[in-house]
Ligand binder design. Structure first.
Ligand code: SR1
Ligand code: MG
Length: 416
């Protein structure tokens, strides 16, 4: 393969990807014509779908660029493809079927060849089409408990876990989160926040000048940087999930590292709340909107409550460290995890409302006054998740806090 044009890294274009797949893997028939398009819509990588003319077979090639897509001057190690491949294989063993299959990782081109999730839609897109997925909470809670608890010290042999911590050190991707989640939304230190103009005063008073909030966020930041609790996905928003009526896939774990479990759970909750705001602000008042909001409210509460239930089951089944079995430890460990989940729910909300990497659920709300109201409700709820984190113990606690803020700013009694 030494003389292959793919033996040295270059950033592929759609027209390269078919030839690349043929060279790397025996996936398509030799005689079939291949079609390829770049379908990535994230901030970081390039994603190519290569398919046969009859659509019978297709495969995804995900290539790491040397710079992010959102900012061409922001350079990142291409090793993130290796990290993503390794964690997908681990997650597939812990939560079988809930992540796409990886066929091959090519370190020369920093590209992953993986299963195309045909018949699935990116969850953010589906939620913005106001579709409902009754099995989502069941699936994601299994994914969260299995991938988080079972990679932590309470369930893993400690030396093996420490080896894992080493191999998932991911400094540049972590730095993105340290900046975009834990720093810039609170001080705009790089002058790249994107504040919706009518909310400038609200953001200044409630975020930039909120000293108690800054202290709480600072504590969460250093927890994120120092608490090597378990192997987290690191970017588990609804753009990292593919879904249909019967099944859920979690993908795109390139931000993975050993960090606090609450980071993943909190990301899921915050992104369901963005979908709630989108439904409220863009659907016509009536039964369908009520049903959409009601389903999202149940999903928020169920993700937390099913997580708690499955956590206890998994703890009893898998934990064998004698000190982790000391009476009271199981509940103490869960309380800390839920407290961290509340904090991160607030952080993810604030950063998506005022930071540089925003979410379409909110930015595409066409009616400016409804967007203003949604953002104020979100920031108000977010600050309470962060400042009052220890009091969030159940799904109902998480939901009630958001609905209270929605009731004040979005002018309507929520559905529950
Ligand atoms: C520079 S990357 C910006 C954001 O996109 C990713 O999906 C992460 O959420 C990151 O914070
Ligand atoms: Mg991503």
């Amino acid at each position: 393969m030494g003389d292959s044009r793919f033996s040295e890294y270059f950033l592929m274009k759609a027209e390269d990807a078919g030839e690349y797949v043929r060279e790397k893997i025996d996936f398509f028939r030799k005689d079939e014509e291949l079609f390829c398009e770049e379908i990535g819509d994230g901030n970081v990588n390039y994603v190519f779908r290569v398919r046969s003319g009859d659509d019978a077979r297709s495969i995804i090639v995900k290539q790491a660029g040397k710079a992010t897509r959102i900012d061409k001057n922001w350079f990142l190690s291409t090793d993130r493809g290796r990290i993503e491949t390794d964690i997908l294989r681990i997650q597939d063993s812990l939560a079988p079927g809930l992540v796409p299959r990886v066929y091959l990782y090519d370190p020369a081109m920093c590209a992953i060849l993986m299963e195309d999730m045909v018949g699935y839609t990116m969850m953010r897109t589906a939620l913005m089409e106001h579709r409902r997925f009754p099995l989502f909470a069941e699936h994601i809670s299994t994914f969260l408990v299995n991938s988080l608890l079972l990679t932590s010290d309470v369930a893993m042999e400690h030396k093996k876990k420490k080896e894992r911590v080493k191999s998932f050190v991911n400094p540049e991707l972590c730095e993105i989160s340290e900046q975009l989640v834990y720093t810039e939304p609170y001080n705009n230190e790089k002058d790249r926040n994107l504040v919706f103009a009518p909310n400038e005063d609200f953001v200044r008073e409630n975020i930039y000048e909120n000293k108690p909030l800054h202290l709480a966020v600072a504590k969460l930041k250093f927890d994120f940087m120092n608490n090597a609790q378990c192997l987290i996905h690191g970017d588990l928003h609804t753009g990292s999930i593919f879904i249909n009526d019967t099944h859920t896939f979690v993908f795109d774990p390139e931000f993975a590292f050993y960090g606090p479990a609450g980071y993943d759970v909190g990301n899921v909750i915050a992104n369901l709340l963005f979908a709630w705001c989108n439904a409220h602000a863009t659907m016509e008042d009536g039964a369908d909107r009520d049903a959409q909001k009601q389903w999202l409210e149940s999903a928020v509460a169920d993700v937390i409550d099913l997580f708690i239930l499955k956590y206890h089951n998994a703890f009893r089944e898998h934990v064998d460290d004698s000190m982790a079995k000391v009476e009271g430890f199981e509940d103490w460990y869960l309380s800390a995890l839920l407290e961290s989940t509340a904090g991160v729910t607030g952080l993810e909300i604030n950063r998506r409302v005022v930071g540089m990497a925003q979410v379409k659920d909110i930015t595409t709300i066409p009616d400016g006054s409804k967007r203003v109201a949604a953002e104020r409700a979100l920031i108000t709820a977010a600050n309470r998740y962060i400042l009052e984190a220890p009091r969030f113990r159940t799904g109902a606690d998480f939901l009630e806090n958001f609905l209270n803020a929605a009731n004040v700013y979005m002018g309507e009694t929520p559905c529950r």
